[in-house]
Structure formats: structure tokens, C-alpha cells
Ligand binder design. Structure first.
Ligand code: V47
Length: 409
């Protein structure tokens, strides 16, 4: 009988994590080297336990969900990012651009379903005028109001905001913040409530040039969010991991986010009289780690990250990014089963009911990707947490069927 060589078993507990444990207990910021150890230690359960301790310090045993709808206004995109299976060229089969009649119908369905939020993003459409985007936000807000609801519009990634500044002809390379400010101000006037976190990918020029050349770079993405914060718009952040980036690059991405958040929080603490900082009271609300899905993309030959890598990246993000309050396990991309595990490893939010989602389709899912509120609540309870419905700004929602109001502001 042959004996198979048994691989050397790695110890389950790693004493090298003691120093990190002490830092986490003291609320000290972790270094990039700490992050590397968190990524490479075989003791993944201690990494999760540490992330859970931070999550419980911030949010106790509450886990949030929301009732929302995604509305992708167009999948036509001037770019061709290698990781993306969503985009179409203008006359390609499957290309769509929604008109306002469609938008009104979708908003009516959202209100009927009790949604508190519309999350709206799209490709960089080469021909739509700036007025289309103003109409989009205005139509969502007005239709909802006519139906007796105050839907929050979370719309346009930083990449789209820069595209809008270009089509409105207000973007100047030597003063890009001015054009960004103009666009966000105009959109805010008609009802834009916050910015989603998409389009960040990985803040690294090598990765950018290889996988999403043509998209804005990290400095521009961060500037859009800085300006949004200055204008009082809260925003989210993402990291798209598990393709051609190294783990060190993920950690640098997390570090860049927490630095910009430091700025936003310092601005928010300025006394009212400080005119230079006036109105600057917003910040990043949530970080959403997005695992790369290779299917249908130009990077289809890559495997994409698996379960433990997803769990670990979420936990590492919770530990490294110590100043963004919420970590979201986006169930559409993680699956609801995985989101349950993530709630135990640093996540405190599973996103929402969603309904239609066509940016990624996990395991052959269709664009109809919906989970009911009882299922979301059950998943959260099974994971050991109390489900709490929130609005986009993380205020508790009091609900009576399709009508709702915000409890604490
Ligand atoms: O920007 C595109 C990513 C993002 C793929 O702010 C892919 O609350 C994985 O940003 N595999 C859109 N990811 C989703 C997003 C988001 C989702 C949920 C909540 C929020 C929020 C934001 O999806 C894109 C891009 O980074 N993406 N293709 C892919 N193949």
C-alpha cells in the first residue's frame, strides 16, 4: 500500500497576530505590513474574529438591509474595460438606453414595492446630452413624490460624473475639481442624494493600464468623492479584487480610501465659521468589496476569487479601513449564503432587495435578481444579528407596508 504524503499542516493559531490584536483593541491604525500579515497568515479565523470585534464595537449586533431598486439607464459605453461584461457598443445586440417613460414605470414599481432608494448607474454613453441626466434624476424624484414617496437617488459613479463634466464641456484638466463641482451641484439641485461607490476598481496605475485603461485614474476618482463630500453628498467606495492585482495593491487602495476619509472627517469637524470648509459635512458611508466575476469578460481565463479569499478580503478591509463606518457584503455578488458568513467577519450590511441587476450575473443568474425582505431578515437572524431596515443614509426606517418614514436622523 502506498502512503500519500500528507502536506505539512499549518498551525491554526498564529502568535504573530498578537501585536495586531493589541493595536485593534487600542483602536490604533494598522500599517500596510499588518495588512500583509492579515492576508498571508493561515490563521484566517483570528483575522475574522478581529474584524468582528471592530464591527461589534461600531454596530453591536445590528445588521442592516434596505429596500431598493437598481435602474441602469444605459449599458452603452465608450469604454471597453477588460473585466466588464455589462457594456455594449451603441448598435450592438442587447444595447439599451432607457427613456423617461420607462424610468417613470420603474419608479412607480419601486414605490409600490416600498423602496426607499433608487441606485442608478450606466455606461459612458457617447451621445446622450447632459440634460438627459438632469431629466433622469428629476423624473425619479418627481414621479416618486407624485406617488407620495421621497425616494433617495443614489446615482452616477465617479467615472460617470467626469464623463458628464466632459459632455457638459465644463471639464478642465488644469482645474478638474471645478467641472466636477459644477456637475454635482446641478445634479444635487434636482435631487441627487448621494454617490454609489462603483468605478474605483483598484487604485493602481499598472492595474488601471492593463485592465481598465481609458477609465479615470485613482486621483480623479478620489477628487470626485472629495468634491461630493464638500458639497454635502455622502458617497460609498468599492474595491474590485481578484483579477490581475496583487494583494499589496489592494492594501494600498484601502490606505488611500482611509486617507481621503480622514480629510472628509476633519472637514466635517471644522467650526461653522470656517468658510473654507463650509458645507463640508459628508463622507464615505460604506465600503463594498466586489469579487471579480470572469464570465463573459475579456479576463474570462482568470479563475476569480473563491470563498475564503472573499471572506478574508472583507475582514481585512474592516480592519484596515478603520474610519469608514459600514462594510457591505453585497449579496448579489457574494451570494446570500456568503453574506451570512461575512456578517460574522466584519460586515454589518447586506445591501438590499435590488430586483434587477445586470452588471454581474453569478452562476448563470438572469438580470432578475431579487430577494424578499423576509428572506433577507431570516439570513441576518440566522447569522446571529438583528436585522434593521435602513435608508441610504443609514437611518432606521419605520415601515407600514409600502409606506415608510425615517426614525432617527
Ligand atoms: O463599478 C463590473 C464592478 C461595479 C464586474 O455604492 C464587476 O452601494 C465584479 O459599484 N465582476 C458596480 N465586479 C457595482 C457597484 C455597487 C454595487 C452595490 C452597491 C454599491 C453602492 C455599489 O461592479 C462597477 C465595477 O467595479 N464590476 N464588472 C465583474 N465582472
Amino acid at each position: 500500500m502506498t502512503t500519500l504524503a500528507v502536506p505539512e499542516r499549518l498551525p491554526r493559531t498564529d502568535p504573530r497576530l498578537d501585536a495586531i490584536r493589541a493595536k485593534v483593541a487600542a483602536g490604533e491604525r494598522l500599517s500596510l505590513e499588518d495588512g500583509e500579515l492579515l492576508y498571508t497568515t493561515p490563521d484566517i479565523w483570528t483575522v475574522c474574529e478581529l474584524a468582528d470585534s471592530v464591527r461589534r464595537r461600531l454596530h453591536g449586533d445590528i445588521a442592516y438591509y434596505n429596500i431598493n431598486r437598481h435602474l441602469n439607464y444605459s449599458n452603452v459605453c465608450a469604454l471597453s474595460c477588460k473585466f466588464c461584461e455589462f457594456y455594449r457598443k451603441k448598435d450592438e445586440e442587447g444595447a439599451y438606453t432607457r427613456d423617461m417613460a420607462y424610468v417613470r414605470e420603474e419608479v412607480a414599481k419601486a414605490v409600490e414595492g416600498g423602496a426607499t432608494e433608487i441606485h442608478s448607474v450606466g455606461g459612458l454613453h457617447p451621445y446622450l446630452p447632459f440634460s438627459y441626466y438632469i431629466d433622469l434624476v428629476r423624473t425619479i424624484k418627481e414621479t416618486a413624490r407624485e406617488l407620495g414617496s421621497d425616494l433617495h437617488v443614489k446615482a452616477f459613479t465617479a467615472v460617470e460624473v467626469v464623463h458628464l463634466a466632459k459632455i457638459a464641456k465644463v471639464y478642465k484638466n488644469d482645474d478638474r475639481k471645478a467641472g466636477i463641482r459644477w456637475v454635482l451641484h446641478e445634479l444635487k439641485q434636482v435631487g441627487l442624494g448621494s454617490l454609489p461607490g462603483g468605478g474605483a476598481e483598484v487604485f493602481d496605475d499598472r492595474v488601471h493600464d492593463e485592465a481598465f485603461k481609458g477609465k479615470i485614474r485613482s486621483d480623479v476618482w478620489l477628487d470626485v468623492h472629495r468634491v461630493a463630500h464638500e458639497l454635502g453628498l455622502n458617497t460609498n467606495a468599492t474595491i474590485l479584487y481578484g483579477h490581475i492585482e496583487e494583494r499589496r495593491e489592494r492594501l494600498v487602495h484601502m490606505d488611500m480610501l482611509r486617507r481621503v476619509q480622514d480629510e472628509a472627517l476633519a472637514g466635517a469637524r471644522q467650526p461653522d465659521g470656517d468658510t473654507a470648509k463650509q458645507g463640508r459635512s459628508a463622507a464615505f458611508q460604506a465600503l463594498i468589496p466586489l469579487p471579480f466575476f470572469p464570465d463573459g469578460s475579456e479576463l474570462e481565463h482568470l479563475p476569480g476569487p473563491a470563498g475564503l479569499e472573499n471572506l478574508r478580503t472583507l475582514a481585512v478591509a474592516r480592519l484596515m479601513v478603520d474610519n469608514i463606518p459600514h462594510m457591505k457584503a453585497f449579496w448579489i455578488m457574494q451570494t446570500l449564503a456568503m453574506a451570512q458568513l461575512m456578517l460574522q467577519c466584519g460586515a454589518n450590511d447586506v445591501d438590499g432587495t435590488v430586483v434587477w441587476y445586470d452588471i454581474t450575473k453569478v452562476g448563470g443568474a438572469s438580470t432578475h435578481q431579487e430577494v424578499t425582505v423576509p428572506r433577507l431578515q431570516r439570513a441576518i437572524r440566522e447569522a446571529g444579528f438583528e436585522p434593521v431596515e435602513r435608508d441610504t443614509l443609514y437611518r432606521r426606517v419605520k415601515r407600514d407596508g409600502q409606506s415608510w418614514s425615517v426614525i432617527d436622523s
